[in-house]
Write a protein that binds this ligand. Structure first.
Ligand SMILES: Cc1cc2nc3c(=O)[nH]c(=O)nc-3n(C[C@H](O)[C@H](O)[C@H](O)COP(=O)(O)O)c2cc1C
Length: 170
């Protein structure tokens, strides 16, 4: 089912994210609220909760494998900009987000990326996502899980949303 979309000023924006433990979801929802735009969570069909899920996720990420995600409800190709959010796993993008970018790369117009890490981030997730979709992101944003937990991420999200709203040529 294709859902009806909201418009942010004149450009259509979709925020898409995967979150295993809630941090990336929180940032993604805040970005979408600030941009008054559509949002959709990537749903993985593989179980990733608990210690076994953690180990499976880490192992799969080291191997750079893909997973089976549920088809998105929204038509990604209908958006001028897709903002893609991932937790950092083993220094790069998470398996479900890697899968999304790979699977939907031909449907993506402009892209922006955000990530949430556990404290050690070299932003390789952004390089990987850029290489996978073959597009340079118009904006980047990254937080630690601690910043999300203690609510010190809002100013960063506000600036990110402002930068997106100021984009010309979308
Ligand atoms: C399998 C796995 C691997 C991870 N690897 C890293 C890592 O390499 N560097 C890092 O800073 N955090 C790492 N983390 C921590 C997550 O990036 C961090 O907890 C993040 O806030 C999770 O986002 P989420 O709540 O949206 O799932 C890893 C977490 C998991 C589950």
């Amino acid at each position: 089912m294709i859902e009806k979309s909201l418009e942010c000023d004149t450009m259509k924006i979709l925020v898409v994210y995967y979150s295993r433990s809630g941090h990336t979801r929180r940032v993604g929802e805040t970005i979408a609220d600030m941009l008054t735009c559509d949002r959709e969570e990537i749903i993985d069909t593989v179980r990733r909760s608990g210690p076994i899920g953690w180990l499976r996720s880490g192992y799969q990420n080291k191997k750079k494998v893909f997973t089976k995600i549920e088809p998105l409800k929204r038509d990604v190709s209908g958006y001028d900009l897709v903002v893609i959010g991932t937790p950092v796993w083993a220094g790069t993008a998470s398996v479900p987000v890697r899968t999304f970018v790979h699977q939907y790369r031909d449907d993506l117009n402009k892209v922006a990326f955000f990530s949430v890490h556990g404290g050690e981030n070299v932003q390789d997730e952004f390089n990987e996502m850029e290489a996978l979709c073959g597009k340079k992101p118009v904006c980047l944003l990254s937080f630690s899980g601690k910043e999300v937990k203690n609510d010190s991420y809002s100013a960063g999200v506000e600036q990110f949303a402002k930068n997106i709203k100021n984009l010309k040529g979308i």
